[in-house]
Design a binder for this molecule. Sequence first.
Ligand SMILES: [Zn+2]
Length: 239
Amino acid sequence: MLRRPITAMGFYLLLALPVAAGAADMSRLNADVIRTASEYRDQLILQQKLEDLEVYRRQREVDSRAGMLDKGYISKSEFEQSKTALARAQAKLADTQQRIRDAETIIGEAEARTKLASLPPLPSGGYSEAGGFVRFNGTAAWSLSNAGQIEQFFAARFGRPLPVSARGESEVHRQMHFDHRNAMDVALHPDSPEGRALMEYLRKENIPFLAFRGRVAGSSTGAHIHIGNPSLRLTGVKR
Ligand SMILES: [Zn+2]
């Protein structure tokens, strides 16, 4: 499956179609995604602050109730209730933090898409580090069902699971109308030893990828490796 090459014509069509559909339209829709995702992220950052406070408050409650339980002032079940409330608050915070990372990644990918539109398309099998990101136009017919092979390679080499931050489309992608159905994001900096090893492997296997060094120079926020063709399509956008 993985070895079945897509034709060069197929890939150029994929890149050219949105342009043919109207480059201005595409760039406007793309700008919409960036704006919506940025607003969404900013709201989540505010929400995160409140949830941080809630976790702190619940933690203090658990600590004080542990003392009260020791002295026999409260029952075991009352103590368990506050532990459950703490776990719930922590899970909510972790979910918000994940959504913030998802939104950051989408902003980075949408910005890259804008830049890519102004760069010449890569030939089949082409590799480039121009424009601030690393691109490889592998010709293997990549599909999410091939992810296991990449994960196996990584686990065997580094003795830990591949840090996958998005496998296909997340709820955030859907909310942003950002097509990520056949792509996988890996939270590795392309300049890290693990990131370099992963990119070497992908090139050897002819799997297309786009690697990001982060949106702000000197910061690794948003740095990741997107496996699969760049998402150049928007889905179900209300106009
Ligand atoms: Zn991605």
